[in-house]
Design a protein around this ligand. Sequence first.
Ligand code: SIN
Length: 276
Amino acid sequence: MASVMLAIRRTTPKCGADVSGIDLSQPIDESCIADLRSALADHGVLFFRDQRMTPEQQKAFGRRFGELHLHPAWPRLLEGHPEIMEIYADADSKRIAGEDWHSDVSCDPEPPLGTLLYMLEVPSVGGDTLFASMYAAYDALSAPMKRMLEGMTALHDGETTYRGRYEGMNEAASYPSAEHPVIRTHPVSGRKALFVNRIFTRRILQLEKHESDAVLEMLFRHIETPEFHCRFRWQPGSVAFWDNRCVQHHALWDYYPQRRRGLRVTIKGERPFYRP
Ligand code: SIN
């Protein structure tokens, strides 16, 4: 077992932490995994630099946090590794993954706990990923707005999001949809987080459609508040590990026609719940 001297430093006051002193390719003891689990729940996203992992090592690290998730729609998987999505864009790309604020696959009845993206190739400039703390977004709502949203649920729909979205998709596939609390309680930190996002959330089910549209638009704009954010500038060998239960992210495609390539492992989560 490799010896680990973890150092964890906040990236911004509200979101993210830079982690050093750990080699993710090596076996890691349980107490260090417990520290990472709690840092992930506190900071929402952890950033690691200068890592080198084989696909097997990346999956082994991911499995320390739970079973691996299989994406319902992404067509570009690493050969021989159905649990690894190849995140790739170049001059021929028509779309990239995650080009708006979202929490990964929130349309699943049990959406992913976390996502581990290992970057291999970056453009000369650009291709950063933005992260937003949904604890901070919840905390900043007024008391009357919190009271209204607590206990409400929203529809997250995979069909309208994924159908025809990426080239090379299996046209016969069907996509999940799910009803989730608008405010969810994080199972590790116990904190409350806003859980609606522009890519997947279609309707707050207790409101009339025009009311739901207006409230969702207000919340989607609220999530864009810069004070809730941090921004990660990738290098080859950088890893971001984000907690989909309390952050959203947004991948920037400002580097076209350059190439960017990374490998993504996603960890299964639990059914979201709200505890007053
Ligand atoms: C994603 O998994 O949503 C893509 C993130 C990225 O490419 O930075």
